[in-house]
Design a binder for this molecule. Structure first.
Ligand SMILES: Nc1ncnc2c1ncn2[C@@H]1O[C@H](COP(=O)(O)OP(=O)(O)OP(=O)(O)O)[C@@H](O)[C@H]1O
Ligand SMILES: [Mg+2]
Length: 334
């Protein structure tokens, strides 16, 4: 289907995590659009029942069912494949489970009122996790007529603080079910999550806390034996200046007189004061850029492929999402 290789050939399930607010939902959606390039059919799944995808694609709240929400990125003006989305909430996942293993959907609905869902989500969170990850692994492997239904599945996953537990399904349910259908289900899910078909991507911004969480998260997942994916550096602002000017500004060597001359030539009054103010701001900007360079090097040391997504001014709408998808595509992420 594709004309060239990407960094993630063979990966069918893309899990997207990162510190809260860094852009997990946005990046997961852009990645899904990029993966549906040239006709691929892709499923975007959210697992926390927050309807972030519906908001992003400006459609009604997603039911617990796969719905088409968009058209993928296309080549030369042609349209790409279909983008489907699914919102998995813990309650829906539990009802699904009762139906799947015991044919008890209706009983499940009654049990909801009796607090079974509370039981499963608070007392046995491992069960809720395995059901939600199970939905994604099932979709990634689903076949019809001898071929896979989806070319890729992208999961907007829990944040870094919870991702290890969330994906370590087999171990998390072991205290709950030693044998039986839940155990078997958990083992199947765990096999897919740990296979080369699954990669866990991290979204970060060039700030200290998200970077630290990314590095910690990578180390944790590595120790759990999961396949690490890419680092998606989001909301990157352009440097805007030549390297020599930045260096001079960072070291306080900005030529104020030269700026003042330029401002005066542009017809601005009080060019001297203005130039002094600008030089201070320039210095701050330059030091910031230098700091971000250090942060990029820290992320590079983790040894995973990196992608940079620009900060889109005036917010993310559908057009912005396609722009980010194009950027990811150009950088080889999809
Ligand atoms: N590249 C970008 N440029 C500009 N704004 C962005 C970009 N990426 C994300 N945003 C904005 O940042 C905010 C957070 O993004 P998003 O909801 O995707 O993050 P999240 O990690 O999923 O958050 P949460 O932890 O709450 O689920 C949103 O307002 C989103 O529109
Ligand atoms: Mg989100």
């Amino acid at each position: 289907m594709r004309a060239r290789d990407t960094d993630w050939e063979g990966v069918r399930l893309h899990v997207v995590t990162g510190k809260g607010g860094t852009g997990k939902t946005t990046v997961a959606a852009a990645l899904a659009l990029a993966l549906s390039y040239n006709g691929g059919k892709v499923l975007l799944i959210e697992v926390e029942g927050r309807q972030g995808i519906a908001r992003l694609f400006d459609c009604p709240p997603l039911p617990y069912a796969e719905r088409k929400v968009g058209i993928g990125l296309g080549k030369d003006g042609r349209t790409g494949g279909d983008l489907y989305a699914l919102a998995v909430d813990p309650e829906g996942a539990l009802l699904d489970y009762l139906d799947m293993f015991y044919g008890l959907r209706h009983a499940g609905q009654a049990l909801t009122r009796l607090g079974l869902v509370d039981f499963a989500t608070t007392i046995a969170p491992g069960l809720s996790d395995v059901l939600r990850t199970g939905k994604a692994t099932e979709a990634a492997r689903r076949k019809a007529g001898g071929r896979e239904v989806y070319d890729a599945v992208v999961m907007d996953a829990p944040p870094t603080g919870r991702i290890g537990r969330f994906l370590n399904v087999s171990v998390e349910v072991s205290g709950l079910a030693k044998v039986g259908p839940v155990r078997n289900h958990a083992d199947t899910v765990a096999r897919v999550i740990r296979s080369p078909q699954t990669a866990v991507h991290f979204v970060t911004t060039l700030e200290e806390m998200p970077i630290q969480e990314t590095l910690d998260g990578l180390a944790e997942l590595r120790s759990l034996g999961l396949q690490l994916g890419g680092i998606f550096i989001n909301k990157v602002h352009p440097d805007g200046l030549a390297e020599a000017d930045l260096k001079a500004a960072a070291e306080g060597r900005t030529n104020e007189a030269e700026i003042a001359l330029g401002l005066k030539a542009a017809g601005l009054a009080d060019a001297q004061t203005l130039a002094a103010g600008l030089a201070i701001e320039l210095g701050e900007h330059a030091r910031n850029v230098a700091l971000q360079e250090r942060e990029r090097r820290e992320l590079a040391a983790a040894g995973q492929p990196r992608y940079e997504l620009p900060a889109i001014t005036d917010g993310i709408d559908l057009g912005g999402l396609y722009r980010l998808a194009e950027v990811l595509r150009n950088q080889g992420a999809a």
